[in-house]
Unconditional design. Structure first.
Length: 159
């Protein structure tokens, strides 16, 4: 079945079936592909992430001298892709991918501790990175989520 559905993440319940699919992918995969751009030049990289239970915020850590950080400071609009592929031929029909679109910024002050804790709960091995003085804790406020399954079935959740 091929369909496109538009739902609101804020103020609307996500159907249990869609939420189950999202939770399954997010529990399976701890790494996302982050897409940024600066001056029209796209860039993608892998990040370790954590996400809030309400799916409205994602957090990751990066050193401030990295290209992804410079890109975010120049253009805070980002995409994140998470999927559950196993790298098999059947993946075209069995894989679910989630693309999140949002706005990112370096969390400073009291909020930094809260978001760093969320990230470290999921990725305790990042402790040294997160506690480095040059490390940014980046919060992404998610405003759109696309869920693609069975290679062509698309659901769009929008704030």
């Amino acid at each position: 079945m091929k369909c496109i559905v538009l739902l609101s993440v804020i103020g609307m319940e996500i159907s249990p079936k869609i939420r189950s699919r999202i939770d399954s992918v997010l529990s399976f995969q701890k790494i996302a592909v982050l897409g940024t751009s600066k001056n029209g030049e796209p860039y993608s990289c892998l990040i370790a992430f954590a996400i809030t239970d309400d799916l409205k915020e994602m957090v990751f850590a990066t050193m401030r001298q990295r290209l992804k950080y410079a890109n975010i400071m120049a253009n805070p609009r980002v995409t994140l892709i998470i999927d559950n592929r196993d790298v098999k031929a059947s993946d075209f029909n069995d894989t679910t991918s989630i693309t999140m679109v949002g706005t990112a910024w370096d969390v400073k002050g009291d909020g930094r501790t809260q978001y760093a804790s969320l990230l470290l709960k999921r990725h305790p091995t990042l402790n040294a990175l997160v506690n480095s003085p040059n490390c940014a804790i980046v919060r992404v406020e998610i405003d759109k989520i696309y869920i693609v399954s069975e290679f062509e079935s698309v659901v769009k959740l929008r704030a």
